[in-house]
Design a protein around this ligand. Structure first.
Ligand SMILES: [Zn+2]
Length: 171
């Protein structure tokens, strides 16, 4: 009796292990927005945007490009793939620049929003109205990537969008 019971238990454990393997290798990667690779690709692209803006400023006495031409201005410092989130099927650029940025890179407070995930386009300048918060899904139903002036990309739940520093002067 005893050996048979432990045999059943092992079959049960084996079945659970097989189900887990199938779930993690086949089902999980197909769930929309649950792809760590895509998220890493998106945030590393945004870091490249910041590096490109920094290089542009270095070559232009610390000045930021004209915001209405920001994509066009940094094309020499970036590869086109980095301008696009892998979950954006339209492109060519999946990000917008904050319309309230000052003229020079040194004037931007470290916690101020520089780039954020936006509707697809080119040279997009704006604020909350352009933000796309449902491209990625995290623990929250709606999350999106934001790059701050300290060079970090953070994963922001949509409901916190208005709490971010969008302007130089805090109100
Ligand atoms: Zn993205």
């Amino acid at each position: 009796m005893k050996p048979q019971r432990s045999y059943c238990m092992w079959v049960f454990v084996l079945a659970i292990v097989i189900c887990a393997i199938v779930f993690f290798t086949s089902v999980l990667p197909t769930l929309p927005g649950h792809d760590p690779h895509t998220e890493a690709y998106c945030s590393s692209g945004m870091r490249s945007l910041w590096i490109a803006i920094d290089l542009y400023a270095d070559s232009n006495a610390g000045n930021l490009p004209a915001l209405s031409q920001w994509c066009t201005s940094i094309t020499n410092y970036i590869i086109m793939e980095d301008l696009r989130c892998p979950l954006d099927k339209v492109g060519p650029c999946s990000y917008a620049i904050n319309k309230n940025l000052p003229g020079t890179i040194d004037e931007i407070p470290e916690d101020m929003v520089v780039f954020f995930e936006s509707t697809p386009g080119w040279n997009q300048v704006g604020g909350l109205e352009l933000a796309v918060t449902d491209r990625h899904k995290g623990l929250h139903e709606k999350t999106f990537h934001v790059l701050f002036a300290d060079g970090t990309v953070r994963w922001i739940p949509a409901e916190e969008i208005s709490l971010l520093r969008w302007k130089i002067n805090k109100e």
